[in-house]
Ligand binder design. Structure first.
Ligand SMILES: [Zn+2]
Length: 124
C-alpha cells in the first residue's frame, strides 16, 4: 500500500462513517418523533416495544460497524510507509515519500542521479 492507496482507502472509510453516523442520527429523530400518549393499547405498546427492540438491534450493528471502521482508519493512519531506495537500498525518508510518493530513490541518490544526468546531457 502506498500513500495514494492509503488516502483513497481513507476517503472511502470516511464516507462510510459519515453515512452510518447520519443514519443513526435520522433513526434517533424517528424514535423521538413518536409521542408517548399515542401508544394507546397493549397491542400498540407491544408493537412499539418490538420496534424499539429491532431498532436497538439495528443500532448496535451500526455502532459495531462504526467501531470497525474507526479501527481500520486508525490502522491506515498509523501505517508506516516504507520504500527502499532503488540505488543504495536504504529506506527512503518518510517525509520524502509523502511529498513524492512515486519516488524510487533517496535524496542523496536522487541528487547524484540528477547531477550525473545533467553532466551527461552537458557532455553530449
Ligand atoms: Zn539511495
Amino acid at each position: 500500500m502506498d500513500f495514494k492507496d492509503a488516502s483513497k482507502k481513507l476517503d472511502g472509510i470516511e464516507k462510510e462513517i459519515k453515512k452510518i453516523e447520519l443514519s443513526l442520527w435520522e433513526k434517533r429523530k424517528e424514535v423521538f418523533a413518536i409521542p408517548v400518549d399515542q401508544i394507546s393499547d397493549l397491542g400498540d405498546q407491544w408493537m412499539s416495544e418490538n420496534t424499539a427492540y429491532v431498532m436497538a438491534n439495528e443500532r448496535n450493528q451500526k455502532v459495531q460497524k462504526l467501531k470497525e471502521l474507526y479501527k481500520n482508519k486508525k490502522a491506515i493512519l498509523e501505517f508506516k510507509f516504507t520504500k527502499e531506495c532503488s540505488d543504495c537500498g536504504i529506506l527512503i525518508e518518510e517525509n520524502r515519500l509523502k511529498a513524492v510518493p512515486s519516488t524510487t530513490r533517496c535524496i542523496c541518490c536522487q541528487e547524484f542521479h540528477e547531477e550525473t544526468t545533467l553532466r551527461d546531457l552537458a557532455a553530449a
